[in-house]
Design a protein around this ligand. Sequence first.
Ligand code: MN
Length: 435
Amino acid sequence: MTPAYKRRAMKTPANPVLRSWIDVPADHDFPIQNLPYGVFEDAGGPRVGVAIGDLVFDLSAAHQAGLFDATSLAADNVFARPTLNDFLRRGRAVWTEVRHWVTTLLSADSPTLRDDARTRARVFIPRADVRMRLPVEIGDFTDFYASKDHASNVGSMFRDPANPLTPNWLHMPIGYHGRSSSIFVSGVDVHRPSGQTKADDASVPTFGPSRALDYELEVGVFLGTGNAPGQPIPIEHAADHLFGLVLLNDWSARDIQRWEYVPLGPFLGKSFATSISPWVVTLDALAPFRVPGPAQEPAPLPHLRSPGNWGLDIHLEVHLQTATMREPVRISAVNFRTMYWNLLQMLAHHTSNGTPMRAGDLFGSGTVSGPTPESRGCLLELTWKGAQPLQLPGGESRKFLEDGDTVILKGWCQGSGFRVGFGEVRAKVLPSRES
Ligand code: MN
């Protein structure tokens, strides 16, 4: 009898979509068109894998089985590591070579693994049987503020509705230096932070648990290769340095942030936690989803002029599940293509003063908000500073997050007959450690 995998759809003239001999439904986040990288762990310790459907393709085991002998990585199993950093340092030519080779191994018409049951048993593991770790040892973390709708909404609330953007905003991607030690992988729950806050009608601040905890829907990008000190990365070369993207939740304590942020920007209201999704979707996998970004007026200075279309058509969603809800509910949706500043502009700006970037550095995009109320990427905007509480099914409402709330971010690019997805980043709000 023909094995099940041989009966599945093959790539033919009538069916031009690339298919794997591993069956992956059309609405699954991880088809052969995606092949995101992650670091997983089981009894065999941490190592690098690629997600395909509900399986992990164990690249370290594949290397040991000789499957990378014909590649430039033959002499060094960079996948037998607890982070992606050594693979990142190899640079774009190697990332592309490995992507092509893994695509070949998993293609429906490629017999190497398809017809070798013994090796298949060594190199594939159900994703349900592994634990995901942070994919990268993150050096520096920079969070940008690249959505015009988000910056305009926040500027309207806290500055001047008639003049919400600061004078610099349209001329460069504004950012701040975050904290890498508190970046956690999806599934690690987050304690409500304590800090110093001051009510408008109080004369002095007090210290205690935040009462205005929020999430921020963002996309993160991992730098694969950096630059030497004093050698800015020209914007035409910026894409060669970007490895891949994850979903990112920039947890924010609005009451702490509001009291501390003048004059030097976000600090303890942000630094307690940032959550990311575990699978890194490569820039190569996202190439079919590049689209024009918004018109930039005034035109950026020459060193920030984007070469080609670098908007990304990524559908993003926020889901919330309170302690009493049986299922999460979607509370907003937005497209990443609405972002004013793109990833290349962020990198070119960041290095324009000669700052060295390193393999494994992470940038956050800033909260992704669109032009409509339903497309706002944080509770601060959705509830307009708490003035319009969010009504939830079952009669609950939220101004900000409560203990026991779980926030889930999802995202995917919709192809024709397939999806390139990010999976999710999920974490629950735990009570303050003081209570
Ligand atoms: Mn942010």
